[in-house]
Structure formats: C-alpha cells, structure tokens
Design a protein around this ligand. Sequence first.
Ligand code: NI
Length: 186
Amino acid sequence: MSSDATTPLEIVRLGHPVLRRVAEAVPEEWFGTGRLASLGEALVRTMLAEDGVGLAAPQVAEPLRLFAYWLPARGDDPGLEPTVVVNPELRFVDPEPEEGWEGCLSIPGLRGLVPRSPRIKVKGRAVSGEPLSFTADGFHARVIQHEYDHLDGVVFLDRMTSVRSLAFEPEWERYVLAEAGPEAEG
Ligand code: NI
C-alpha cells in the first residue's frame, strides 16, 4: 500500500487471486488505530478518484473485511457521505431479489444486470470501533451487497442469472441507459 496520503491506490483487476479469496476479519486491536483509519481513508480516496460508488479492501490487494461506499444525491434524496464499514454482517430482510445494473472497478468497462435483495440489515463497525447498525433499501442495499461480496471473493458476474445483459460501457450508455436505473459500480 502506498504511504502517500494523497495518491489513490492501485485497483487490482479480475485475475488477481486476492479477488477470489475470502478476506480476513479486521483484528480487534486494529480498531481506533492509525493503520485502520489510513486504510479506510485510502479506500475512500481511491473510490472517489476512480468514480466508483464503492470499493472493498480486496480490490486494493488488502484481504481484509472492510469496504467504503457512498451514495450520490439524486432528486430529493440527499445521498450519503463516504462511509467505511468494517467486519460487516448482512441480513436479508426482503430476500425477493430485484434486478439492477452493476459494474465493478476490478472489471472495468462492463455492465450487467444483477439480482439483489432490495432490503437488508447491516451490522458492522466504523474504523474507530464504533458499532454500526442500519437498514439499507434499493440502490443502497445493492451497493452494500456488491461490496460485501468482494469480501467473500465473489464478483457481480457470479451473481448474474444470465450473461445476456452483459454490455460494454459505451454500448450500454448508447443502447440501455435511457431505460435503465442508476448503476452501482464499486
Ligand atoms: Ni466491485
């Protein structure tokens, strides 16, 4: 990991074995340390620099269970500031999946339709160690499920029920965007 506090980290791409590993829980003694805070900041910085809405630690070759995400403001929805969730646990409140478009910074240039639970409960910790507990719906729930999957070595391609919707980004923008909802790239 780069020690420069302003430079985005390198994002590894599909084929790097770290993306297929089950990541390790962040050890209890790391909470509240500069080491964990720096990793969280680096995830946020890199996510924003690469125009993603989420980024999981394995995507920067750190096989640890944490991710960053944010929600851009849309219409009346103010969105959500960049947030880091450590050692997350998900519970599917509404397991009836809905399809939505996703992309991944580790699989650049592709978009695909992915079924996700539209409502989940999330528990985890902040980098400070403070407990986090909240419910996420819709796009929020989708982004978190995408990032959580990275912690288990799973990518969105694995979750697609069919690869028939898979599209390159320029073609997706040209032919699909007009009819599509927001996509989650992370
Ligand atoms: Ni991803």
